[in-house]
Design a protein around this ligand. Structure first.
Ligand SMILES: Nc1ncnc2c1ncn2[C@@H]1O[C@H](COP(=O)(O)OP(=O)(O)OP(=O)(O)O)[C@@H](O)[C@H]1O
Ligand SMILES: [Mg+2]
Length: 216
């Protein structure tokens, strides 16, 4: 089983949207997926229980002392666990980072998103040092608007801060917003293509276990 944590201390950066994409696509590919929702707003839990058309196990857990044991308990029956975190660095977020194989840090097109992405990458670095192991982490640009000054600016700020960033950019598309009530993750058009590229990159980073890859 592998663990993918989605974290940034910026609220509304696209964490839950990214979690839906990963869970929905992997579920469509036949993988057994679970999510731990560590956000007090329980947005992802509500989505899985009321909107999602995908087979996803969901657990809502805010207590930082229970995050790692809960993830462990999902180990036997699932290929991938995605941890969605709150829009502020909580103790639960630190444990979610600590147990992850891959951490994804969504960044939309605002200065606040960059400031919080930098802070979150520093938090991950610090957790890596504390645990004496490297935690693979990448910024994922989302809500991206190609050929605009704001997106060019965001990319240059990310480069200036030397943050490792995924090649795939998730554009600002209605298909990603609609997912919140249709419950279906896009498989066609530009949104579908971006999801596929995104998942390929996560796989290359080690976010999907070998055995599950062969089965999918
Ligand atoms: N790529 C995208 N294209 C269009 N809309 C998007 C995209 N990503 C996120 N959004 C929209 O931005 C809003 C915030 O996204 P989301 O809920 O995923 O952020 P979050 O980081 O989980 O927020 P919170 O910190 O409150 O948990 C939502 O309305 C969502 O539909
Ligand atoms: Mg959220």
């Amino acid at each position: 089983m592998s663990i993918i944590t989605i974290a940034t201390s910026k609220g509304g950066a696209g964490k839950t949207t990214i979690a839906r994409l990963i869970l929905g696509r992997l579920s469509q590919a036949g993988l057994r997926v679970a999510t731990v929702d560590a956000d007090f707003n329980h947005t992802l839990t509500d989505w899985v229980r009321t909107a999602s058309k995908h087979a996803i196990t969901v657990e809502h857990e805010l207590d930082e002392t229970r995050i790692v044991p809960l993830v462990e308990s999902l180990h036997a029956a699932h290929d991938v666990v995605v941890i969605d975190t709150a829009g502020a660095a909580t103790q639960a977020t630190i444990f979610a980072i600590g147990c992850a194989d891959v951490v994804l840090v969504p960044c939309q097109t605002s200065s606040a998103d960059i400031v919080e992405a930098i802070k979150t990458m520093n938090l991950i670095k610090s957790a890596s040092l504390m645990m004496k192991r490297d935690v693979t982490a990448r910024v994922i640009l989302t809500g991206y608007q190609p050929n605009t000054n704001i997106s060019t600016h965001i990319e240059s700020e990310i480069a200036k801060a030397k943050l490792p960033v995924m090649e795939t950019k998730i554009h600002r598309l209605v298909a990603f917003q609609e997912m919140s009530f249709t419950g279906i993750v896009p498989t066609s058009g530009l949104a579908g293509l971006q999801c596929a590229n995104f998942l390929d990159e996560i796989e290359a980073l080690g976010g999907i276990p070998e055995a599950a890859k062969m089965a999918s």
